[in-house]
Design a protein around this ligand. Structure first.
Ligand SMILES: [Zn+2]
Length: 177
């Protein structure tokens, strides 16, 4: 399962639940530190659902959950939206330069003296590519003012970047973690 699928499951459960905010109270009135959690599935002063929880701290956690979960989900989605994979095209397998488009890689290949093996691979499979994070790659380029656009510059932004890997790992931990 991917982080996206885990997030979609969380959002589906959130959407199916009574919309927040929920609140703690007593006899329908709002009070802090009570064990009763109210929701309003139908907006009406007389039709409130109530859940009685053993501890006020647990009631506070549950009452806050719809808003908290929505905010956290949104934050993760915004970060994932920022960090997207993009392809870097190489003129041949193992080349030490790459290009934004396959077309650029093809034109560059014509300028290289290529061995027969490299040329055969390109003829059969098209130009090879690797993936970097579009956002982290930009950070790398900015940090060294465009001087690190050679391939070494991509080493720390190979896809998935550390940011996306951390989110994937947290939302979908491997067994034993
Ligand atoms: Zn990234």
């Amino acid at each position: 399962m991917t982080a996206r699928e885990v997030l979609d499951g969380i959002k589906a459960r959130l959407a199916a639940a009574t919309p927040g905010p929920w609140f703690q109270g007593r006899e329908g009135m709002r009070y802090e530190d009570t064990r009763d959690v109210y929701t309003e599935r139908e907006v009406s002063a007389t039709s409130r659902d109530i859940g009685r929880i053993d501890y006020p701290e647990d009631a506070a956690f549950i009452a806050a959950a719809p808003v908290d979960v929505a905010r956290l989900t949104r934050a993760i989605e915004d970060v994932l939206e920022l960090h997207q994979p993009e392809k870097r095209w190489m003129p041949y397998e193992g080349a030490d330069v790459s290009y934004d488009t396959e077309q650029d890689a093809r034109e560059a290949a014509e300028d290289y003296e290529l061995g027969a093996v490299a040329l055969e691979g390109v003829a059969e499979n098209g130009h090879p590519f690797f993936e970097v994070c579009g956002h982290c790659k930009t950070v790398e380029e900015g940090a060294c003012e465009g001087e690190c656009t050679k391939e070494l510059g991509y080493l720390t932004s190979l896809w998935p970047c550390p940011t996306v890997a951390a989110i994937e790992n947290a939302l979908n931990p491997k067994e034993g973690q």
